[in-house]
Design a protein around this ligand. Structure first.
Ligand SMILES: *Cc1c(COP(=O)(O)O)cnc(C)c1O
Ligand code: SF4
Length: 435
């Protein structure tokens, strides 16, 4: 029998390893969990976390809140409220005040990416890059467990007007029929793999007969957080059968696996899930951000990519932590990310060099930090768009002054004395105000 236990701040004392968590850390968990989402399950606590090494263990840090995730004054404020058992409403209000200052909606997702038909706003759809459309199914706006560094935290924080979600598949079908340039439809969340197979079919089946849709992508952390979704869950076989049906309809099915650490794919459960998914003809690709305290080490990435290749997973993106939420705790400088990427990439054979990164998903597009170099005596970052809000920007190379501590595009200045980056004028027109 498959056992599922989910732990939150409220029932954490039921966790069999509760005794291993020092008293002070328990308070930290409770405090931070009153602001950011926290949820973990028995698969993770039994198979992924090394309890002899907490709190330093990277998988512990990936799931369990740390005090530095809040600025010291915010932490002190929440800590007092939690310690004095303030009324829930007061705690919620304080948390909301803090959250609204954490840039909940980075890169203009809400204003710039959400399309309209006539004057109707299509909530739960994002269409930023010409070739691909994101869809956020309402039932998928939760996860099997929450990653502490998640940039999608407003989806889970009760900030309803900041949340993307839709359950109207007709809306999506109509939109895709009107936009034949959109080749890929990307299901995201949350985690679409929290849905039952019946719900997943409801969303995907109607897309299989749209000839302009070439690929279905599903972004998921289930291989790491709950591999039983593909093996032991009641409707797992039906799910894999549906994957086969998607593939035989002539579409490419891509499972975009969120994988932060090699340990996540080393368990027998993950191994079985991976091989079952691959046997349907679906392709698994991996992407995740490089973050401090979890995977800010070239050896981790080398081991992870190597392991992925052996299991038949294609390394796809290394991202940079977005400028939202607890970025001050998890983010790392661009220069450090380039060095981690390069050192790991060096050790891969050509099969592993399919990966791109480190990449910033920012308002103008996806920008790769290709490297650090010197041109006419000036030390610069070489940057390249792999996706642009204007499709013309794709593959364009540009340069920024080197800055050791810069960790996001907003921290950078154009190289060679240029006044602004080439895309700024157009971005201003798009925003219609100074950016
Ligand atoms: C990353 C992303 C995509 C997909 O980009 P690919 O480079 O094709 O993987 C699509 N839409 C948005 C908004 C994205 O951030
Ligand atoms: S699985 Fe993805 S969406 Fe869910 S908490 Fe982790 S990073 Fe966020």
């Amino acid at each position: 029998m498959l056992q599922y236990h989910s732990y939150t701040a409220e029932n954490l004392h039921n966790l069999p390893q509760y005794g291993e968590i020092p008293e002070e850390q328990r308070h930290v968990i409770k405090t931070i969990a009153s602001v950011y989402p926290f949820r973990v399950n028995n698969y993770i606590t039994e198979n992924l976390i090394d309890w002899s090494n907490i709190p330093a263990d990277p998988l512990f840090r990936l799931c369990f809140p740390q005090d530095e995730m809040l600025e010291p004054e915010d932490f002190a404020r929440m800590s007092d409220l939690v310690r004095t058992e303030a009324p829930t409403e007061i705690i919620r209000q304080a948390a909301k005040e803090i959250l609204l200052l954490q840039n909940p909606n980075p890169a203009g997702q809400m204003e710039l990416n959400t399309p309209r038909i006539d004057d109707e706003v299509l909530h739960g759809i994002q269409h930023k890059y010409r070739e691909s459309v994101l869809f956020f199914p309402s039932e998928a706006q939760i996860c099997h467990a929450y990653c502490t560094y998640c940039f999608r935290w407003p989806q889970f924080s009760g900030l309803e007007n900041l949340k993307f979600a839709n359950n109207d598949i007709t809306l999506l079908v109509n939109y895709l029929n009107d936009h034949p340039e959109a080749k890929d439809i990307i299901f995201t969340g949350g985690d679409p793999m929290v849905m039952s197979t019946r719900q997943i079919k409801k969303y995907i089946q109607p897309l299989l007969t749209i000839p302009t849709v070439k690929a279905i992508r599903i972004g998921t952390k289930a291989l790491s957080w709950w591999p039983y979704r593909f093996t032991a869950e009641r409707d797992a076989d039906e799910l894999l059968g549906f994957f086969e049906q998607i593939v035989s309809s002539g579409k490419h099915l891509a499972i975009m696996a969120h994988n932060s650490h090699p340990r996540e794919i080393e368990t027998p459960e993950a191994g079985e899930a991976i091989s079952r998914i691959r046997s349907t003809g679906a392709v698994i690709r991996s992407q995740s951000p490089v973050v401090q305290h979890v995977n800010d080490d070239a050896e981790i990435w080398e081991n992870m990519w190597q392991k992925q290749l052996q299991l038949g997973i294609i390394p796809y993106y290394m991202f940079l932590e977005r400028d939202t939420g607890p970025k001050q705790y998890f983010g790392i400088p661009l220069a450090q990310a380039v060095s981690i990427f390069t050192d790991a990439y060096h050790k891969m054979s050509g099969l592993g060099r399919t990966v791109r990164g480190p990449s910033m998903s920012c308002s103008p597009g996806k920008i790769i930090v290709e490297g650090i170099t010197e041109i006419n005596g000036e030390k610069v970052f070489a940057l390249k768009f792999t996706q642009g809000r204007n499709p013309e920007w794709t593959n364009k190379i540009f340069f920024a002054e080197f800055d050791e501590s810069a960790s996001w595009i907003d921290d950078l200045n154009p190289a060679f004395g240029h006044e602004e980056f080439f895309f700024k004028r157009e971005m201003r027109e798009i925003y219609n105000y100074c950016w």
